[in-house]
Design a binder for this molecule. Sequence first.
Ligand SMILES: C[S@@+](CC[C@H](N)C(=O)[O-])C[C@H]1O[C@@H](n2cnc3c(N)ncnc32)[C@H](O)[C@@H]1O
Length: 166
Amino acid sequence: MQTNPIKRANRSARSSGAVGRFPLCYRALRSLMSPCTTAEILDFGAGPAAAHTKTLMEDGYRATAYDFGDNVTSEIDADALSRSYEVVVASNVLNVQEPELLPVTLNQLYDAVKPAGCLVWNYPASPRYGGLTTKEMLQRVMSMGFISASLVGGTRNAPVYLCWKF
Ligand SMILES: C[S@@+](CC[C@H](N)C(=O)[O-])C[C@H]1O[C@@H](n2cnc3c(N)ncnc32)[C@H](O)[C@@H]1O
């Protein structure tokens, strides 16, 4: 059993089975945003090969891939958090946060969103390393200072939310 929270989150990119061909969070993002938009997207927790960031870019979106620990590969911009973005997507990321990592991650996500920008995130039922319910995670995300949350996609077991920053 892997105990380091960063290594465990890293490993989720390979072992959780959550990283499908078209994860629901990116699908919801695409349904909300035209590829013609000039908005910059941060793919937070993109995974080591940043496969979905690359697909977004190939389809015309402006996107930057960010990850941490052992998942920082040549496709990842390790300095991405020194800037902020109109749209931040966190696909299959909040469910792989150990309790001690979650506050840091939520701060990073909130700070990465520009004023009047938004965060698109999902919360699959499995795995959930922190053990929070969907309602509890939604409350944690909103407690950062977002002003609204809408359910924009996914499924009952893996909802996708859109949260706006003032
Ligand atoms: C299950 S993978 C999801 C990959 C991709 N977003 C997808 O949906 O297919 C979770 C990824 O989030 C990354 N991650 C988790 N917490 C993170 C954090 N606080 N900072 C950066 N990356 C993080 C992990 O390293 C891992 O690569």
